[in-house]
Design a protein around this ligand. Structure first.
Ligand code: SAH
Ligand code: SF4
Length: 365
């Protein structure tokens, strides 16, 4: 069994969340345990969300002790949290075993509880309006680090998630295998059993992997951050558009919707003076008219004077223009603005020495 991740909090132990069910099976077989114990172990970890081996009360004490000597069930620590006084949105800051820091957010909205999770430490794609983009990429998260955000927030938050969105730090489709494996574990029926279509993977438009998601018929929801109705503007605010141009991205969205028979969500961050005019709204309608989709309008959250949201009445006009054309549109309130937890504000401090990768250096495969 190959396994390398070790927690700095417990250097001699392995993180059991890194194991697949087959690997757990092999482990228990090696230990001479009956087959049904693996199932109990899986249930305890993922369904009951146990945080220590003492809680596995159906196991003999000796087995619990052996597991406790060898393994950990949590690999990172919460080092801060901040809650919005207005809407309860809560941002959690975690320190990973190697000292990297990431953030996750819980958004409470009526009956909905959305867990917004990170897929990378930082992001290499440098979208101009996004705080995470300024960090560069420090590293990918493992699938276990992705699911652990959900597991820890389930204990800390006011409610379990009704929706899980990959809209925290990072570009999920640049960490494809770990993200898909994490989504698979989150929705595994015998474990966390989270609804597959309530898991949304948001991408800035990594075309190759949008097509791969379609070809592999991944059951998750897909959101594409469009953010501009024409190539020149998109390129100016999203450097990834140089590699994956808008017309090809729209083709990939068409391919995805045909192949999966699902709608996509287009996300559109409104940036005053850049993409927020009524002409832009018209163009947006034009380029998406033959794609089964809904469109989420997000007024930009930013401290940067160059990337500000338009005035509220402009946002409303943009909305009306699209609605007049019988299209689904929602103005997604950017929750948690005052605690810097809203989209694009996730900018955990990462002072460690490891070198970051910026857009120009990123090696796309
Ligand atoms: N990298 C992925 C997912 C993380 S970003 C992506 O880009 O889709 C999640 C969403 O937040 C994206 O739709 C992105 O366009 C949006 N976003 C980024 N910065 C923002 C900001 N400053 N204000 C509002 N939304 C922002
Ligand atoms: Fe990365 Fe998404 Fe931010 Fe762009 S918007 S820099 S892709 S996290």
């Amino acid at each position: 069994m190959t396994f390398t991740f070790k927690s700095k909090y417990d250097l001699n132990k392995e993180n059991i969340l890194e194991y697949t069910s087959d690997e757990l099976n092999a482990l228990f077989t090696e230990m001479g345990q009956p087959g049904y114990r693996t199932f109990q172990l899986w249930k305890g970890i993922y369904s009951a969300n146990y945080t220590n081996f003492e809680q596995f009360t159906s196991f003999p004490k000796t087995l619990r002790n052996i597991l406790d000597e060898k393994f950990i069930l949590r690999s990172f620590k919460q080092i801060d949290s901040v809650q919005s006084p207005t809407d309860g949105t809560t941002k959690y800051l975690w320190e990973l075993a190697d000292g990297s820091k990431i953030e996750s957010v819980i958004i409470y909205e009526g009956k909905r509880t959305t867990y917004c999770i990170s897929s990378q430490v930082g992001c290499p794609l440098d979208c101009k309006f996004c705080a995470t983009g300024k960090m560069g990429l420090l590293r990918n998260l493992s699938h276990a680090e992705i699911i652990e955000q959900v597991m820890q927030m389930k204990v800390l938050g006011k409610s379990s998630p009704t929706n899980i969105v990959f809209m925290g730090m990072g570009e999920p489709l640049l960490n494809y295998d770990a993200v898909m494996r994490a989504a698979d574990v989150l929705s595994e029926p015998e474990g966390m059993a989270f609804s597959r279509k309530k898991i949304t993977i948001s991408t800035s438009g990594i075309i190759k992997n949008i097509r791969r998601m379609a070809d592999e018929n991944r059951p998750y929801s897909l959101a594409i951050s469009l953010n501009a109705p024409e190539q020149a503007v998109r390129e100016a605010i999203m450097p990834i558009s140089r590699k994956y141009p808008l017309d090809e991205l729209l083709n990939a969205a068409r391919y995805y919707t045909k192949k999966t028979e699902k709608r996509v969500t287009f996300e559109y961050v409104l940036l005053n003076g850049i993409n927020a005019s009524l002409k832009d709204a018209q163009k947006l309608l034009q380029i998406t008219k033959d794609i089964p989709c809904k469109i989420n309008i997000i007024p930009c959250n930013s401290d940067d004077p160059n990337y500000q949201p338009p005035p509220d009445e402009q946002v409303v006009k943009f909305d009306r223009m699209v609605n007049a054309n019988q299209r689904t549109i929602t103005i997604r309130k950017s929750k948690g603005w005052e605690i810097q937890a809203a989209c694009g504000q996730l900018y955990a401090e990462n002072k460690q020495k490891s070198r970051k990768t910026v857009f120009n250096e990123y090696k796309f495969d």
